[in-house]
Design a protein around this ligand. Structure first.
Ligand code: G3P
Ligand code: CA
Length: 282
């Protein structure tokens, strides 16, 4: 009973703290335009507002729009091929059903990964990480997110094997929500930049934890809703960098720019500096 009381107490503290931080982000009155010059722009799952996420079309669009990086998500098929898709099942984005881990590459390649987004994309195929690197390596920076590494034991080593085909990995970032997987990735590829993705609990991140994360990760990345200036400043203090992601919310992205982040990960990929949607609260 006492233990439950203690847990409840901490839950309330967490809830109230979260509300306060979110409120602080919305307390401005005056609007002004901001320039996004000088910070990295990352096409989230490709330019996924314009084309089906994580497909060749979305990545090509991100490249065309002038993004600095393309971000993709990676899983492992039944026959051990690294597949680019966000969810661990094919249900949401294709005409198929089932887990990627239960399907072979041949089965996955039969699926249509474009039609759900729009008729113009009918026939779009799922692509592998190998195919992604083959087309985009050297043209633009690449962020490879390992999804659910615990579902795929050994996925880190498989990513390393693919990357070893390339000499210069300075424009590649590997990221995951799984901190231990990224610690392992850093040990396997010490010269490659690592990013750790933070969950909502990041609002309670201690300086000790930030110090630990920045000991192996170049980037600590936050959802814009779970970021504040203090967190960004702390990461910078430990020589880390911060990317923030928000899919489509211009206002929050502009707000984060004010926090001094190093880049934004968004479905729009790149905005002209005079985009009227880029309004920020002060
Ligand atoms: O790069 C950050 C972002 O991709 C993490 O969220 O769910 O879109 O993979 P998610
Ligand atoms: Ca992602």
């Amino acid at each position: 009973m006492g233990e439950w009381r203690t847990k409840g107490y901490w839950l309330w503290i967490g809830l109230v703290g979260t509300c306060l931080v979110l409120l602080v982000g919305f307390n401005g009155q005056r609007l002004q335009q901001v320039e996004l010059n000088g910070i990295m722009s990352i096409a989230h799952r490709g330019a996924s507002s314009y084309a089906p996420e994580n497909t060749r079309s979305a990545f090509r669009k991100g490249l065309d729009l002038g993004a600095d990086f393309l971000e993709c998500d990676v899983h492992l098929s039944k026959d051990g091929v690294l597949i680019i898709m966000h969810d661990e099942t094919v249900d949401r984005t294709t005409d198929g059903k089932g887990f990627i881990k239960d399907m072979t590459l041949e089965e996955l390649k039969r699926l249509d990964a474009g039609r759900k987004f729009g008729d113009a994309f009918e026939g779009e195929k799922i692509i592998t990480l190998d195919e992604f690197l083959d087309e985009f390596y050297g043209k633009i920076g690449l962020i490879i997110e390992i999804k659910k590494p615990k579902l795929y034991p050994g996925i880190e080593e498989q990513v390393v094997t693919l990357l070893e085909k390339y000499d210069d990995l300075s424009n590649i970032i590997i990221q995951s929500f799984d901190v231990e997987s990224m610690r392992k990735m850093h040990a396997l590829l010490p010269d490659v930049q690592i990013a750790v993705l933070m969950k909502p609990s990041a609002l309670l991140l201690s300086t000790k934890k930030i110090e630990d994360l920045t000991s192996f990760a170049t980037y600590i990345n936050f959802n814009i809703s779970y970021t504040n200036k203090w967190l960004v400043d702390q990461v910078h203090k430990y020589d880390g960098k911060v990317l923030v992601w928000s899919k489509k919310d211009h206002l929050l992205i502009a707000k984060s720019y004010q926090y001094g982040v190093d880049g934004i990960i968004t479905d729009f990929s790149k905005w002209p500096a005079n985009d009227p949607n880029l309004l920020v609260q002060e």
